[in-house]
Design a protein around this ligand. Structure first.
Ligand code: PMP
Length: 427
């Protein structure tokens, strides 16, 4: 029995499923989740001392790898002077100014503690600001576990086949309308059926919770014009894509100005954080200056601000993003070549350093239906074959992967060597 086996058995006695977030449990791929004891750069070490090249990166935040020295130094400095005050600090202003300067369309921002809080709060604000009740989301997109957003959702819900969670009252779920990603006609139809009633359209600008599905040309622009025409707010959920797909996130990369943007993951440098922001006239509807209530004991936490500012200052560097994108392209090109050599139907998607792996003979992945046609059984076999060879992929066929600046030529080469064998073994 491995140490991870022991820990997993022990964990299941006091933690539901043995984990504090469902997809970590390996239920979709089978086997024992690896309990992690340490990490450095592109690598993680499990409780049995085995080393893995990590393509999960804490589900996105670790864009400069684990144990970034600048982030650690900032956290250490803050540790000496306080971990939480419950009163305003200058670092919160620095963070707000930095986010407003970098993210298109952000005049004001409010910090919170997770991506879930960011999207929940943004939707409440959108409803409060427009006086409308309906929201529109896309099937397979995940925006955290707020009630209204657990309808036809991606990530763990898709992985476990429960896209709409029990516990969300039908009376509430009926206000969540779902359209098809990359399909503007499906959005237009919902606007037609619910005139002047939709408060917000919320979307992942690059879908990363049903594997990785990039927006088709014109999709984001089309949504922008539809929202403007219909008087609905466009809420771009950049929790995953923010500072990941480029120095100004997906909004910057695709030239889109949202009404509200949600952020998380990278902006906390690995500490728990979220944020939402947008146009001044909308944000000024928030308490304490407006009537829409939103709050948080630990919001704007000094440690999280210190870590976040350190990483964001480091990411003000276009060359770093070019390099990340090149490394990711090398990885994916290599994977496709190894798959072809092993006669395994396989394709990939990529936006910057975010990627998707698909066991399919489809040439193009444009939406939920393409994702669902992939061979999940083969993914499982591939996942375990890679894990055995020291490569840690997301334990689900419905999650995006991430490359960090610490994934150098050696790590990529080692990943490709493992993949050559793993593809053959997955047949
Ligand atoms: N939005 C998106 C796009 C996400 O990917 C996630 C988490 N993966 C969330 C929201 C929720 O964030 P959190 O897990 O921090 O609550």
């Amino acid at each position: 029995m491995s140490r991870s086996d022991e820990l997993f058995a022990r964990a299941q006695r006091t933690i539901p499923g043995g984990v504090n977030s469902p997809v970590r449990a390996f239920r979709a791929v089978g086997g024992t989740p690896r309990f992690i004891s340490a990490a450095e750069g592109a690598w993680m070490v499990d409780a049995d001392g085995r080393r893995y090249i990590d393509y999960v990166g804490s589900w996105g935040p670790m864009i400069t790898g684990h144990q970034d020295p600048d982030v650690l130094a900032a956290i250490r400095a803050q540790l000496e002077i306080g971990v939480s005050y419950g009163a305003p600090t200058e670092a919160e202003i620095d963070m707000a100014e930095l986010l407003c300067a970098r993210v298109p369309g952000l005049d004001m921002v409010r910090m919170c503690n997770s991506g879930t809080e960011a999207t929940m709060s943004a939707l409440r604000l959108a409803r409060g600001a427009t006086g409308r009740d309906y929201i529109l989301k896309f099937e397979g997109c995940y925006h955290g576990h707020g009630d209204a957003l657990l309808v036809k959702a991606g990530s763990g819900l898709l992985t476990f086949g429960v896209p709409t969670s029990p516990g969300v009252p039908a009376d509430l779920a009926k206000y969540t309308l779902t359209a098809q990603y990359n399909d503007l006609a499906s959005v237009e139809a919902l606007f037609r059926d619910h005139p002047d009633a939709i408060a917000a359209v919320i979307l992942e600008p690059v879908a990363g919770n049903m594997n990785c599905v990039p927006p088709q040309p014109g999709f984001l622009e089309g949504l922008r014009s539809l929202c403007t025409r219909e008087g609905a707010l466009m809420v771009v959920d950049e929790v995953m894509t923010g500072f990941r797909v480029g120095p100004a996130g997906a909004c910057g990369r695709y030239g889109i100005e949202a009404d509200l943007v949600t952020l998380g993951k990278i902006i906390g440098g690995g500490l728990p954080v979220g944020a939402f922001g947008g146009k001044r006239e909308v944000m000024e509807k928030l308490a304490p200056i407006g009537p829409v209530y939103q709050a948080g004991t630990l919001s704007g936490n000094p440690l999280a601000m210190a870590a976040g500012l350190a990483i964001l200052r480091k990411l003000d560097n276009a060359a770093l993003y070019d390099e990340l994108e090149r490394a990711t392209t090398t990885l994916l090109t290599g994977l496709r070549e190894r798959a072809t050599a092993a006669s395994v139907p396989f394709t990939t998607t990529q936006v910057g350093s975010m990627f998707g792996l698909f066991f399919t003979d489809a040439r193009q992945i444009t939406g939920f239906a393409d994702v669902m046609r992939c061979d999940a059984e083969r993914f499982k076999r591939f996942f375990h074959a890679m894990l055995q060879r020291g490569v840690y992929l997301a334990p689900s066929a419905f999650e995006a992967g991430f490359v960090s600046t610490r994934h150098g030529a050696a790590e990529i080469e080692q990943t490709l060597d493992a993949a050559a064998e793993a593809f053959a073994e997955s047949r």
